[in-house]
Design a binder for this molecule. Structure first.
Ligand code: SF4
Ligand code: SF4
Ligand code: SF4
Length: 247
């Protein structure tokens, strides 16, 4: 089986998804990596490539018009483009700034006027180029990324669940956060992660975005009535990873 040439690229992000990938040291991952040649990966190696790529993994949001040309150049060289992490798939947490004019000043103070901090609306990379697959989450799900890679290696179809995180949570018989006096957004969050957060005793924050047609009014009501959050906090929480519409 010919090795796939894979490369990792980053845009506006904390680069946590790249770091997450470097944490994969189990035998199954290492066996899978025998079928690929990593040709660019800034967090892990110094070599770069300007040649053909079979799979380009792109992390981070599209926030500057200047990045459009680089994204298009990656697209032109890559057979398959995979957006990975919430920032790349939906704008992620970066998209919070789309709703606040003075975000840069709030974070950086007077330094906010420095040229390299100038950026515009945080958008998914699909706003600039065609994306073939998404691996959502903040950070992205390790198992899902490896599944996409495995399907690309074997030429098999990739399937993404359309149901909410609650389904996966119930499957692993986790006690519901609401039964522990907590709150949670698993009712409307996109599944695919395996519901690790409730299993670790913390609420689902919908880092993978919402399912189609999520009832956000009902979500806010449940967060307030059952979760004990203030209305303001319920609205803010439901927007944390979904500040861009339809994410
Ligand atoms: S999705 Fe989360 S972990 Fe990944 S780059 Fe964005 S902020 Fe960082
Ligand atoms: S803990 Fe969250 S994800 Fe799990 S069943 Fe309860 S609401 Fe759903
Ligand atoms: S349980 Fe919720 S917050 Fe945790 S990884 Fe899954 S979607 Fe993200």
């Amino acid at each position: 089986m010919a090795q796939l040439r894979i490369a990792f690229f980053d845009f506006a992000s904390c680069e946590g998804c790249q770091i997450e990938f470097t944490n994969y040291g189990d035998v199954a991952t290492l066996q899978l990596l025998e079928h690929v040649e990593i040709v660019e990966f800034r967090e892990a190696m110094t070599e770069t490539t300007d040649g053909r790529i079979d799979v380009a993994f792109v992390e981070g949001s599209f926030t500057r018009e200047a990045d459009r040309a680089r994204l298009q150049e990656i697209r032109a060289r890559a057979r398959t483009v995979v957006a990975y992490g919430a920032c790349a798939c939906t704008g992620g947490i970066n998209a919070l700034k789309n709703h606040q004019d003075d975000f840069a000043e709030y974070v950086y103070g007077d330094a906010a006027r420095m040229p390299h901090l100038r950026s515009g609306t945080a958008r998914p990379i699909s706003a600039a180029i065609k994306v073939d697959y998404e691996v959502r989450g903040c950070p992205m799900s390790k198992d899902e990324l490896l599944l996409v890679l495995s399907n690309l290696i074997h030429g098999t179809e990739h399937w993404v669940p359309t149901y909410p995180v609650c389904v996966e949570c119930k499957r692993r018989e986790t006690i519901c956060r609401y039964d522990e006096g907590d709150h949670c957004m698993g009712q409307v969050a996109r599944a695919g992660c395996g519901a690790p957060c409730p299993a670790d005793g913390v609420p689902c924050e919908a880092c993978r975005g919402f399912v189609e047609d999520a009832n956000l009014n009902a979500l806010e009501r449940v967060l307030v009535d059952r979760g004990g959050l203030s209305q303001r906090r319920a609205v803010g929480k439901s927007r944390m990873f979904t500040a861009n519409p339809r994410s």
